[in-house]
Write a protein that binds this ligand. Structure first.
Ligand SMILES: Nc1ncnc2c1ncn2[C@@H]1O[C@H](COP(=O)(O)OP(=O)(O)OP(=O)(O)O)[C@@H](O)[C@H]1O
Length: 514
């Protein structure tokens, strides 16, 4: 193969990953560290260190993060657009969810299990000891703060580790422990004495592949005899040599290039194949075909696993085409409920009073709060006003670039900014696990109507009052139109939303006491 045709291939592969081949972007992403542990260290993290890592330039610090981001926010007077114009990809959303995560998400729902072959044995474990993991792996997960397997891990892990190997399709929402499950499965199947690729994991994008690579490395840290390699844009394969790392994690384009064109990656000894984030993979142009082409290079004995956060028809069709005779496990996400949420409204007249109410509410000593605005314009304006009054707030709108959004979310997750101002589109996509106070600065309305958007209302305020704690949700009502929306919400949910006097500081302060 000529140098040129190789370059063309590499370029095509990189274009397929949907990334601009700029060193700058690469460096930034490489330095964006998401939480690696169960979240225990996230809040208390060495903030100066993490902040400089995350800045990508090694110079920014926490105090300046909102300032530096403020400069990324356009003049709010020019930004009057509705948030719906923002086009956020599935891969970006997935990365944002990871950035917001404080730890494992446990579900109250039962796991649904489907077996095409009734002879496939199924076990379930209640502790990690019962899995007969290598002692280094067990030690490592305990070091990471894992105490017990999550719901999906209870069933997935014994099945994934059993012999003969079983194929699996697993679906559950982001943050429920899928990556940790397949990381343990890959690491457990490796025979360190054989120097060849024995496990391959495909991730949809450069950033997501790096996240998975970091997580597998972290879990396998004490297994010093296992080697791991990342196959993404910017990584070069040794000329004329074989890749002999035991585990390869990469994007489809790069892996296919290494396998079929550069021929430095031999998959004939591969024992485990993981397709991660299958829903994002499908949403990414060309990845489905590339994954199928890679899949064809695998031996028939290879154990296949597919993981996805959603389970729509397209994912099912893709999963069934690529994973023969699987055990399928599904964990439905818990329904959002209004239990444990104290809902109130404050009545204002005009933007000045609205701001006054917000400024008073801001003083409630709660852990973390989210303020929802209907448009980017309103969000930008509110953030500038609060900042001008000396309040530290984070702002998340579609005006920010993906890595700016990640930086904002990281600061908020670590508690460096306790108030997050955001707009609808982003708020529906990201799973903020729990906040103590949700404020609807603008009530949610159905697009193009003046009717209340009750689903969005539930989704927004469902961020608070989780895990048996009491949460607070305050609705800012500006005039009769808004009052009508509150009445609609009340009748939709069959509840009464009482009025709160925002000037009564005693009453306001009481909200921080739960
Ligand atoms: N059994 C466990 N106990 C405590 N923490 C865990 C456990 N399993 C995983 N975690 C931690 O919980 C977080 C979420 O886990 P993980 O990344 O495996 O979820 P996921 O379902 O793969 O999410 P995504 O779909 O976004 O990749 C991680 O920080 C991980 O280290």
């Amino acid at each position: 193969m000529t140098e040129n045709s190789e370059d063309d291939w590499a370029k095509a592969a990189e274009e397929q990953e949907g990334l601009e081949a700029t060193k700058e972007l690469e460096d930034k992403v490489q330095n964006l560290k998401l939480p690696e542990d169960g979240g225990a260290s996230a809040a208390a993290a060495d903030s100066s260190n993490t902040a400089s890592n995350e800045s990508g330039e090694g110079t920014s610090n926490v105090a300046s993060s909102s300032n530096s981001l403020a400069s990324a926010v356009p003049d709010s007077s020019k930004s009057t657009g509705d948030e719906s114009e923002v086009n956020i990809t599935a891969a970006e959303l997935s990365l944002m969810r990871k950035a917001m995560r404080k730890g494992i998400i446990e579900s109250k729902n039962k796991l649904e299990i489907l077996r095409q072959d009734p002879n496939n044995p199924l076990y379930s474990v209640k502790d990690f000891e019962s899995l007969n993991l290598r002692k280094e792996l067990l030690q490592s997960i305990y070091n990471m703060g894992f105490k017990l397997p999550s719901k999906i891990q209870e069933t997935a892990l014994p099945t994934l580790l059993a012999d003969p190997p079983t194929n699996m399709i697993a679906q559950s929402q982001s943050g429920t422990g899928k990556t940790a499950a397949f990381s343990l499965a890959m690491l457990s199947r490796i025979d360190p004495s054989r120097k060849c690729c024995q496990a391959l994991c495909l991730s949809p994008t450069f950033e997501l592949a790096l996240q998975t690579y970091e997580q597998v490395k972290h879990i396998g840290k004490l297994c010093t005899d296992i080697t791991i390699r990342v196959a993404v844009k910017g990584e070069t394969a040794p000329r004329g040599e074989r890749i002999n790392e035991h585990i390869v994690i990469g994007t489809p384009g790069k892996v296919l290039y290494w396998v079929t064109k550069y021929k430095c990656l031999d998959l004939r000894q591969c024992k485990v194949f993981v397709l991660d984030e299958a829903d994002v993979m499908i949403a990414t142009q060309g990845h489905q075909d590339t994954s199928v082409r890679i899949h064809k290079q695998l031996p028939s004995t290879c154990q296949m696993m597919l993981f996805s956060a959603t389970y729509d028809d397209e994912v099912v069709a893709f999963a069934e085409a690529i994973i023969p005779n699987p055990v399928t496990i599904r964990l439905r996400r818990d329904e959002e409920t209004l239990e444990n949420i104290r809902q109130m409204y404050v009545e204002c007249h005009g933007s000045d009073e609205k701001y006054e109410a917000i400024a008073n509410i801001y003083t409630i000593p709660v852990g973390s709060s989210m303020f929802f605005c209907q448009t980017k314009y309103a969000a930008n304006l509110l953030a500038s006003q609060l900042r001008a009054d000396g309040h530290q707030v984070a702002l998340l709108t579609g005006d920010l670039t993906p890595d700016e959004r990640l930086r904002v979310l990281n600061c908020y997750r670590r508690g460096e900014e306790r108030a997050l101002i955001c707009t609808n589109v982003l708020a529906r996509g990201i799973d903020v696990e729990t906040v103590s106070l949700v404020v609807n600065y603008d009530l949610p309305v159905l697009h193009g109507t003046n009717r209340a958007d009750c689903d969005t209302y539930l989704h927004r305020i469902g961020r608070t009052g989780r895990f048996g704690k009491t949460g607070n949700a305050i609705n800012i009502v500006d005039g009769q139109e808004d009052l009508k929306l509150i009445r609609e919400i009340e009748s939709h949910f069959g509840i009464k939303i009482p009025k709160l006097d925002y000037n009564n500081m005693d009453e306001i302060e009481k909200l921080g006491e739960d």
